[in-house]
Design a protein around this ligand. Structure first.
Ligand SMILES: *[C@@H]1O[C@H](CO)[C@@H](O)[C@H](O)[C@H]1NC(C)=O
Ligand SMILES: *[C@@H]1O[C@H](CO)[C@@H](O)[C@H](O)[C@H]1NC(C)=O
Ligand SMILES: *[C@@H]1O[C@H](CO)[C@@H](O)[C@H](O)[C@H]1NC(C)=O
Ligand SMILES: *[C@@H]1O[C@H](CO)[C@@H](O)[C@H](O)[C@H]1NC(C)=O
Ligand SMILES: CC(=O)N[C@H]1CO[C@H](CO)[C@@H](O)[C@@H]1O
Length: 359
């Protein structure tokens, strides 16, 4: 399955020392939003944590004509094409706003009432930030996803500028879960990750960060001014990354390193781009809290996962944090959707992270 690209036994020879890693930014959960104000448009890039059916569509057996049509025919009913066992979080945003999947709508639906957001989801299951670092072709990486946005999924020549109002349009990105797995596989526990590029090694955390910055540069040039970056989650709590006792600290360090360096890079990005605002959604803290306080979110199982195979699934998916060895389950995604909306409306801090949002 796309997204489950990480071998379940990750052998890592030696542990990273945590000392050179800044702790995941507390600033992400504190402070107040700088750019509140209404949102009308949300465009989203990412991987299987976010994809609704983009990769499914490009791999499914529907006709070529259908596949090339944009706006698309609707996604198949969940869970087909989603990795969480139900609707993906961008769809939950739309559903919670009373929108319906309409034929001909872009992935995510089409608003029909004031206050509903135009949500366009370009995330692709299995994606990495940059196929030149970690090649997942033909799955479009984030920069290719941006190209798909500009070209209406390759059906027009690239638009040069955003059509919607930049002050109410938000670009969101959640990428890195697959990339981090490749780091583990490639690096085998060496401390090389923070050194400069080694051409033989296809990618470092710093390359990864410069890829996300490049993506934001591209979106900025296109006209976006409001950005949301979702942190990598604590992958050490997933079975895929966490079960190898020798490697759990390493993935934890990699995740924290990515989040901290990226937060730093985004501050720099903001200061170099007039009117740009990058908000970092504290996905790390949210999932850590779900793991450590499952009862608060209505979970009773955060160590196992629901989906073993098509014929072997749990009976109570809503009580499990994880859908499979790598992917959050549907309720976790729904809670994330609710909190991200509150975040974009200006909520911050523990107050935001706490609680199941009535889900
Ligand atoms: C879009 O077009 C590019 C070439 O411009 C091609 O490489 C890519 O595979 C196409 N992607 C999709 C999803 O059709
Ligand atoms: C990592 O593994 C060690 C040793 O098995 C364990 O004590 C620790 O709780 C694990 N950490 C996490 C975050 O799972
Ligand atoms: C920044 O915002 C101001 C005020 O809205 C506007 O006049 C200016 O053109 C903007 N500049 C850029 C580069 O977005
Ligand atoms: C969690 O759920 C999985 C899948 O149903 C199950 O195998 C496991 O025993 C459960 N763990 C706990 C602690 O209940
Ligand atoms: C594109 C690129 O640089 N690929 C390299 C990735 O790393 C492998 C193994 O070191 C090389 O063989 C590739 O050429």
């Amino acid at each position: 399955m796309f997204g489950s690209l990480v071998s379940s036994s990750l052998a890592v020879a030696c542990l990273l020392h945590a000392t050179f890693l800044a702790p995941s930014s507390a600033a992400a959960t504190a402070g107040t939003a700088r750019h509140m104000g209404a949102v009308t448009d949300l465009v989203i890039f990412g991987d299987s944590y976010t994809d609704s059916c983009n990769v499914w569509r490009s791999q499914s057996t529907t006709s070529q004509a259908d596949r090339e049509k944009y706006p698309f025919p609707s996604c198949p009913p969940a869970p087909t094409g989603r990795a969480d066992g139900g609707n993906s979080w961008p769809e939950w945003i739309r559903i919670d706003q009373g929108q319906r999947e309409t034929k001909g709508a872009p992935p995510g639906g089409k608003p029909f009432k004031k206050g509903q957001w135009n949500v366009e989801n370009y995330a692709q299951s299995g994606a990495t930030c940059d196929n030149r670092l970690f090649n997942r072709e033909p799955v479009p990486d984030v920069l290719q996803q941006i190209h798909l946005l500009k070209t209406k999924y390759n059906t027009t020549s690239p638009r040069s500028y955003l059509k919607s109002d930049p002050s109410t349009s938000v670009a969101a990105m959640w990428i890195g879960t697959n990339d981090l797995g490749f780091f583990l596989k490639n690096i085998q526990g060496s401390l090389e990750i923070l050194k400069s590029v080694d051409p033989d090694r296809n990618g470092t955390i710093l390359d990864e960060i410069s890829c996300t910055v490049r993506a934001f540069n591209e979106l900025y040039d296109f006209g976006y001014r409001r950005f949301v970056l979702l942190e990598a989650i604590p992958l050490q709590y997933t079975v895929a990354y966490g079960q190898d006792k020798g490697s759990n600290d390493t993935i934890e360090a990699l995740v924290q390193s990515k989040n901290a360096l990226e937060a730093h890079a985004m501050t720099k990005f903001e200061s170099h781009h007039e009117n740009a605002s990058v908000e970092i959604f504290p996905t790390y803290h949210l999932f850590k809290r779900m793991y450590l306080h499952p009862e608060e979110y209505g979970f009773n199982n955060v160590t196992g996962y629901c989906y073993q195979s098509e014929s072997n699934k749990c009976d109570n998916p809503d009580q499990l944090l994880w859908q499979d060895s790598l992917h959050p389950g549907n309720r976790a995604e729904h809670i994330l959707a609710k909190k991200l909306v509150r975040f974009l409306e200006g909520d911050r801090g523990l107050h935001l992270l706490r609680g199941r949002e009535g889900v």
